[in-house]
Write a protein that binds this ligand. Structure first.
Ligand code: SAM
Length: 309
């Protein structure tokens, strides 16, 4: 396989992304490959890579003997690159699919031992809904690398590149009727050609506490949470975490979460609005029980007001 890869690379330079690992340029290994291998024994396992761009992450796992490594990408230009690389390699355990991950559970793909969600979740305006759907296609682990919304006190520590991101102040939004804190990020530029979301011009970066809530309500148990490297950080994560941008100065976290089949929530269509402000307040469905509940709440607050006088 190494020989075949070398021949393919020679004939098609530029198709495969290159990573500098310990001073050597690699096309079959990424900064995350060692991290993934330290968490999951890759050989014989099935992997789903969501928001896969040109498919580099799942290619590396297929080359390491994964039973199946499927890359799902929603943008035509990136999908075409991933497809081309997969066809050139011709591995029967690696495939590429052009699809919208926001409905991943509706695609009939089955379940995977490990779902990779790298650099993707913070591009979603309703990340809670996406996590619930990912829980339904996972039968083991979710490896999640994402940005969290910087706390107000941490903003001045941020690296220059992140200060440039247009993040609003910390805000409460209701995603699928559950309350979350985060920062709205307005997208600029051409959606079709950026590596951002498919068609929303805003996304919502959850705070650390809200990301924990979203993961647990989506049916995951958090096994490890790496942010600022500390003495307990595994050496492989400490080594590559800097390159990947973990840490308070970068806002990136790496989370290992296991799905708990007994706690899988049911999935409703994602509550999405083109206006984040529409999700600021809970929307009460107009059932008699909801109306009674609302009347009770407003009577209670009026009574409190009278008592205060
Ligand atoms: C920042 S890139 C991350 C790529 C890669 N996973 C990495 O870690 O570098 C986000 C990717 O998600 C893709 N994407 C965004 N929204 C998507 C959606 N709804 N369905 C499928 N892919 C999507 C983008 O086209 C882009 O390739």
């Amino acid at each position: 396989m190494a020989e075949h890869m070398a021949e393919v690379l020679k004939a098609h330079p530029g198709v495969f992304r290159t990573f500098e690992i310990d001073g050597a340029l690699k096309t079959d290994t990424t900064y995350r490959t060692g991290i993934i291998e330290s968490i999951v024994p890759v050989a014989g396992k099935t992997f789903l890579d969501v928001g896969a761009a040109d498919g580099f992450e799942s290619r590396a796992l297929a080359l390491r003997g994964a039973a199946r490594a499927l890359a799902v990408e929603g943008k035509e230009s990136l999908y075409v690159q991933a497809r081309k690389a997969a066809d050139l390699l011709g591995l029967d355990n690696h495939d590429v699919l052009k699809a919208d991950v926001r409905v991943i559970d509706e695609l009939g793909l089955g379940t995977f031992d490990c779902v990779l969600c790298f650099g993707f979740l913070y591009h979603m305006s309703n990340s809670f809904n996406v996590l619930k759907r990912l829980a339904h296609v996972t039968n083991g682990l979710l490896l999640l690398e994402t940005h969290i919304a910087p706390e107000p006190w941490a903003k001045r520590l941020l690296k220059d590149k992140l200060r440039g991101v247009h993040l609003a102040g910390v805000k409460t939004l209701y995603l699928d009727n559950e309350r979350f804190e985060g920062r709205v990020c307005m997208h600029r530029g051409d959606q079709a050609h950026s590596k951002g979301s498919l068609d929303e011009n805003w996304t919502f970066w959850l705070t650390a506490a809200s990301l924990v809530k979203a993961l647990t309500r989506a049916g995951f148990c958090i096994e490890a949470w790496h942010h600022e490297p500390d003495p307990h950080t595994p050496p492989i994560i400490a080594r590559y975490g800097g390159m990947l941008g973990f840490g308070h100065a970068n806002t990136k976290v790496f989370v290992v979460a296991r799905v708990d089949p007994a706690r899988l929530p049911s999935i409703s269509p994602a509550e999405i609005s083109s206006e984040p402000h529409a999700l600021v307040r809970p929307r009460f469905a107009k059932t008699p029980a909801d109306l009674l509940n609302r009347m009770a709440l407003s009577a209670r607050s009026r009574l409190k007001g009278l008592l205060r006088r």
